[in-house]
Design a protein around this ligand. Sequence first.
Ligand code: F3S
Length: 402
Amino acid sequence: MNLTREEERILAGELGEGMKTAMELLVAIGDAFDAEKMIPISRAHAASSGQEGDMYFVELLAKGGAKCRVPTSTNPVYDIELFHRLFKVPKEEAEVARRVMEAYKKVGAILSWSCLPYLTENIPLYGETVAFSESSATPYVNSVIGATTNREAAQSALAAGVMGKTPLYGLHIKENRKGTVQIKVEASLKNSFGYTLLGQFVGEEVGYGIPVLTGIKKRPNTEELINFCAMSNTSGAVSMFHIPGVTVEAPTIKDAFQGDTPKESITVTNADLQRTWEKLQSARGGKIDFVMLGCPHYTLKQIGQTAELIEGKKIHKGVAFWICTSATTRKLAERMGYVETVEKAGGGIVVDTCIDEPCWTVYRDQVGMTDSPKCAYYRRFKDVIVASLEQCVEAAVKGEYT
Ligand code: F3S
């Protein structure tokens, strides 16, 4: 890579060990992808977690005196005190989470602990160059907002946030942002769960590519797009997609393919989505022990929908009912009365955490229900049923899914 004088000095350790480590990682990535040089970024999002691999790298940078040069938000870890009270998490595990959170604070990150930072705490604008990790964040930022990011890891995004730079390769180059496969949507997408299943299907089919979705009749809303992003970038590695007339870089199909004709096209029908749904189930029904919602973190609108569905009802004795969200969203949900409604019914709204965190292993041997295939994928429980929000609430009240 062609490095500037300042970048050479950083690499030589003249600005401290932390900066040097961050630069070494970025140069190694740049070399691997034949990047010509570094380019400035305006913000980053590190998919932090309360796990040891993440702790190792962020502590390395923090101990070396690195500080974020651009706003860098953080993914869910967990509220240690709350989880101690709820589940008595092992001391060593809580210590890892504490150290991760402390180290991110030390490097000057935004302590959002949220996987939807692009809606609230760290919002890119159209045309910005950024480095965002996290399954829903990368495709949302590229496709819906029209900023540019590669599919970063927690470590590469943090290194980029510290340097204020990233190697020039991949989705930072216009030609690489063109559609690779057409997805002809014949399935009727009746609600946001339809987009969840569509995302799951598209990720499985496309793997690593840029799908262009055609045939969608009704303009998807924010939550539907978030669900599509999270699932397609979990069942596959979809860092970007186009919906002509909806996403910003594709006013038309021609624009989505940058003038080329698609080499491949896949049709998705209701039967395909039904099969996708069936494959997600590891339990067919019966008694459930818990319901887990908010993967990705629920928006205010989704919490409001849940509160409306559950108002005046009682969660069945023996069923735990959790919604994960960000601290910012929970505050608003409190003001709106949604938190009270959910708690009155016997549920809870937790912040700063997600099912992928070790603190939830308490449900490992139990049967759970969720509206998120991503949650099911990361499951730390015996069996899981994936269904719509309405079905999850109904089952939570009955104590069983039929
Ligand atoms: Fe977010 Fe965790 Fe799910 S980061 S998307 S809640 S696995």
